[in-house]
Ligand binder design. Structure first.
Ligand code: OFO
Length: 196
């Protein structure tokens, strides 16, 4: 640490920002935990996309790569919110990502479970913001509430496609194609969707 006494030009340096803020430490901690979860989501989708690509499921891979980007956007949304609220967003380090799957169905079954877990985490976060009377954060999180409803719907639909088409014969080829069309469901195929 450089001592201001030894460097007179720094002695009267004032901070560029005021440290007063309404965001509490515990809300910040919870938001940082969600930043980590969204980053994990992004890598989770990325690893699944890579497995699909290497197995020749090109439509599923494309769908999953796109979702990896979306999860990164979610992470950044919270990241910027924390810093704009005067807090300190922590860039997460990601480890222990699943890289191998037994089947295409397993990829999407795990994604559905994962998305349900994220919905629970968002619900907890909303509950924390409400009990802290942090209504700005409460309002900010409403976007994520809607988003999770949409993501769960898509993930459920992906799993249903396996049962509807069946995996025998050309089934997997058709399933892969249908999964590639799932985003149409999110981008206009459903009423009330506000996804970009
Ligand atoms: Fe971030 O929405 Fe899925 O996990």
């Amino acid at each position: 640490m450089i001592s201001p006494q030894k460097h007179p030009q720094m002695a009267d340096k004032k901070p560029n920002v005021t440290l007063k803020r309404s965001l509490t430490d515990s809300m910040q901690e919870s938001l940082n935990a969600q930043i980590l979860m969204e980053a994990r989501s992004s890598y989770y989708y990325l690893a699944a996309a890579s497995w699909c690509e290497k197995e020749g499921y090109e439509h599923s891979a494309k769908y999953l790569y796109k979702h990896a980007d979306e999860e990164r956007e979610h992470m950044l949304k919270i990241f910027h919110y924390v810093n704009e609220a005067g807090g300190h967003a922590i860039a997460p380090s990601i480890t222990n990502i699943k890289h191998k799957y037994d089947s295409l169905r397993q990829v999407f079954e795990h994604i559905l479970e994962h998305e349900i877990g994220v919905t629970h985490a968002i619900n907890e976060l909303v509950d924390t913001s409400f009990s802290l009377k942090d209504f700005a954060t409460f309002q900010f999180l409403q976007w994520f509430v809607t988003e999770q409803r949409e993501e769960e719907k898509l993930s459920r639909r992906a799993v249903e496609i396996f049962d509807i088409i069946g995996e025998k014969g050309q089934g997997l080829w058709l399933i892969d194609k249908e999964i590639g069309r799932l985003d149409q469901l999110a981008h206009g195929g459903s009423e009330g969707s506000d996804k970009k």
